[in-house]
Structures are given as C-alpha cells and as structure tokens.
Design a protein around this ligand. Structure first.
Ligand SMILES: [Ca+2]
Ligand SMILES: [Ca+2]
Ligand SMILES: [Ca+2]
Ligand SMILES: [Ca+2]
Length: 480
C-alpha cells in the first residue's frame, strides 16, 4: 500500500505570482506628496482655496468636521516648500505630511491579504474565520523550534523560504564525508529517503507549499508569510515526484527528525493500513519531546469508524487536523471524528509557496495541518518546557468553538491563536514525560488518556509494502 498526499488535486492550479489586491497596501502608488492642512475656523472656503492654489496644490478631500483638507502638491513641486507656504499663509494652523500608518502585526508581504486563514477581514468567506495569527505575532519569544516537513521535499532555495530552512551545523556540504557521524553524508538541509540521498529538494510541489504555510519568511517584502515568520524548517523527503511513497521511508525520515533535533513533524499525508512500525516511530519521536501533526484525510469520512493513518494512531503526541473553509465550515472533503480528529484549521484555497519561486493555491487537510504545525511551533517557542501532550491539549482547549465543528472534532473548534497564547504551561522540573497531562489545562472530553480510549480500535495488520515495480521494497535503515 502506498502513502498519498492529502490535498485535492482538482484545485491544485499553479498560478504565476501576480500582484493581487492587497488589504495591507495603501491605495494609490505615491502619496508622499500629500499634506493634511488644518485651517483657522474663521477662514472662508474661498480664502482656503486661494492659499492652496498659491502653494501649488490641489484639494483631494475635505474633512469638514475638523476644518481639515487633504491636499496633494502638484507634480514636480516640493512638498516641504508647499508645507511652508501654507503655514505662512496666515489662515493655516498647521500643515503636515500624510504619514503612512500600518495596522499592528500586519507584515509587509505583498500577498498577505490572500492568506485568509491567518487573517480574514472578509476578503474571502466570513470575516473572522481565521486563526487570529496577527494578534499573537508580537507575543512570540524564545528560540525557534525545528519543524520537520516530512513530505515530497522542500524547495529550500525559494526566496520566501531560504532564510527559514534548518541547517545541520555539524555537517560540511559537498565533501562526501559524514562529518557529524549521523549516518548521512552531506546532509546539510535534511535528507531524501525516497531516493536515498541527502538532497531533499522538492520534485512535486506539495512539500514546498506545506513548508510555506508553516513558515514562509514574514515581513520580508515578498510573497507570503507562514504562521511562524521565523520558523526553522527541516526538509525531509520521503514521497516521490508523483506524491506517493513508502512506510519504511517515512519511518527513516521520522527517525532522522527525532535524532537531529526536530520538535514538530508536519505529516500532510496518509494512507496504507495500520503499521506498528510507523506507530512506534511516531511514539519514539514523542518520547524525545516531539509533536506529530497529521492530516485527518480527505475522504469526507468519520475516522472514528473509518480510521485514517497516521493521524488516527492512538498516541497523545499526535494532533489530527481537519480542514475548515473561509466561512468557518468543515470542508466537504475533510475527514472528521468526535474522538479521532482533534481540531480544524484553514484548509481550503490556501495560497503558499511553490518550487522555483512560484506560489499557488491548494486545498486539503494537507494545507490545514501546517497551520497547526506552525501554531504549535510558536507555542513551543514561547513555552520551551511544554511536552507534546501539553501542547496538544493546549491546541484543543484554546480552539474557537463553533457549531459547525461540534461533534466533528475532539475540540469542537478551529485553531485559534489568541486563546492558545493565554494558556500557560508551567515549567516541568523533570524531563517531559509522554502521556502526562498539564493539570491546569481543563480537558474538553474527559482526561487525555481517556480520550485515547475513545479512539478507534486498530485491528488491521501491517501489510508488506510493494514498490512501484511490484517487488517488496526492502530498504536499509541507517543506524547510528
Ligand atoms: Ca551527516
Ligand atoms: Ca559532509
Ligand atoms: Ca534527492
Ligand atoms: Ca514573505
């Protein structure tokens, strides 16, 4: 059985990066010649117009309540000269530049307004159907945590990703030596377990899109921004160019993430039957403090009765993510499950990075998952001692409760950052123990461990994994 990507191919349209309408940009190309002019209350309208005329400017707008005019200095004339002429006219109390203002927390990335999932001011669907990202960006502190994007690879040289790509500091690239002795030669930016090399470059586009939602570089004046502006993304490729791959390669990638410092894995894929080996790898990642964020699947099914793996393994370091729309409904394709799917996140018509300095829209629980992975990385960055179970509970408890997700997810809600950042995690005096639950966090559905008991019974057994060519794919596992 193969593992497939959890996105909708039908909406997978590559689009060129064009300048879109932006809610952030100020209207008009050049407003540096504008002045706000306040007049004496006694001055007549004709006196005012004469003075403006003499300053070689035109009225753009009048704000009568304050007896103020917005004027534009004629092209070719100096704004400061006009400002002085106006102020010396005798009927102007002040003239000042029309300063450009920006809303707090809004990055300067030109495509930001397309990212309804981060901030929906009504540009798509319903205002407020978003994760409230802009409200927490100024609250992030602490050093970044590493998010492994286990996928089709990542275009790590994309201008909107490159600065946020993880580097293996102990490895020297191109010298054909495994400098850090981790079992991989020249693994400077992760590995490729599908092709058995140390170059996780994306030959599909899915992983690059996912990576951009987790952590495209924010406020750099280009493209988009990820949920985390300054994430550290570890590209781990195990899916081939056609978007499918094998359990053994997924396990190798997860083990690499475990052994090389990742705190979060984004798993926007699923399929195949129950695999004890894959489950054990995810469990082991959890024991090292790792949170595994997994796509719930795109079959429109209740996974309480039709489990989709790996999202449905009963481990408390797994967060299973459904897809929400810009109207805050459950996307029609999204799997759901009162006990098997933890929360929803934006997953329809998501704009993000593509290989070769492109950007495109895609839909799927694949696109919802990196919203949660990015949010978890911000939370773990600010709460370094939080263990995976605590982070999962915090994500669930803080979600925005909505009728549309009620009974469809453990949380009854959609990812919501402003509330997430209100949930404190007390520093753990000891090494975080997988399975322990922060006692100060109220649990929505019984206890954390009890919730696992409600998860589907896993009965199918691991099946032999066949390669594309039909032979059993026996792959070497690198041991360190
Ligand atoms: Ca190495
Ligand atoms: Ca090397
Ligand atoms: Ca490769
Ligand atoms: Ca950017």
């Amino acid at each position: 059985m193969t593992i497939t990507l959890l996105l909708l191919v039908t909406s997978f349209a590559m689009v060129a990066l064009v300048t879109p309408p932006s809610a952030v940009a100020i209207k008009g190309s050049d407003r540096s010649r504008e002045l706000i002019v306040a007049f004496d209350p006694e001055a007549s309208r004709s006196q005012e117009n004469r003075v403006i005329d003499r300053a070689e400017a035109k009225v753009s707008k009048r704000i009568n309540r304050l007896d103020i005019a917005l004027v534009t200095v004629d092209e070719g004339n100096d704004r400061i000269t006009a400002e002085l002429k106006l102020e010396r006219s005798g009927i102007v109390s002040y003239a000042e530049p029309n300063y450009r203002l920006e809303a707090a927390g809004i990055p300067n990335d030109p495509q930001f307004s397309l990212l309804w999932g981060l901030q929906n001011s009504g540009q798509s669907g319903v205002q407020g159907a978003d994760i409230g990202a802009t409200q927490v960006w100024d609250q992030i502190s602490g050093s970044q945590v590493v998010v492994a994007v286990v996928d089709t690879g990542v275009d790590y040289s994309h201008p909107d990703l490159a600065a946020n790509i993880w580097s293996n500091k102990d490895e020297i690239g191109g010298n054909e030596i495994d400098d850090d002795g981790n079992g991989y030669v020249d693994d400077v930016h992760g590995i490729d377990t599908f092709n058995d090399d140390s170059d996780p470059l994306d030959d599909n586009s899915h992983g690059t899109h996912v990576a951009g939602t987790v952590g495209a570089v924010g406020n750099n004046g280009i493209g988009v921004t990820g949920v985390s502006w300054n994430a550290r993304i570890m590209p781990l490729k195990f899916l081939g160019a056609n978007g499918s791959g094998y359990t053994s390669d997924a396990i190798e990638a997860i083990n690499y993430a475990t052994d090389n410092g990742a705190r979060i894995i984004n798993a926007s894929w699923g399929g195949g039957g129950y695999s004890q080996a894959l489950r054990d790898a995810i469990d082991s990642f959890g024991a090292s403090g790792g949170l595994f964020v997994a796509a719930a699947g795109n079959s429109g099914l209740n996974t309480d009765t039709s489990p989709s793996y790996p999202a449905a393994y009963s481990l408390d370091n797994i967060v299973s993510v459904a897809a929400s729309t810009s109207s805050d409904s459950l996307a029609g394709f999204s799997n759901y499950g009162k006990s098997s799917v933890d929360l929803a996140a934006p997953g329809q018509t998501i704009f993000s990075t593509g290989p070769g300095n492109t950007y495109f829209y895609a839909s799927g629980t694949s696109m919802a998952t990196p919203h949660v992975a990015g949010a978890a990385s911000l939370y773990m960055q600010s709460n370094q001692d939080a263990n995976p179970s605590q982070v999962r509970q915090a994500l669930i408890v803080s979600s925005e409760k909505l009728a549309t997700f009620s009974g469809k997810t453990v949380s009854d809600g959609r990812l919501y950052l402003p509330k997430l950042f209100q949930i404190p995690v007390p520093p753990s005096p000891t090494t975080p123990t997988e399975g322990s639950v922060n006692a100060t966090v109220p649990l929505p559905h019984g206890s954390g461990s009890g919730e696992d008991g409600d998860r589907p019974t896993l009965t199918s057994s691991a099946s032999k994994i066949k390669s594309k060519h039909g032979r059993t794919r026996a792959r070497k596992i690198s041991l360190r």
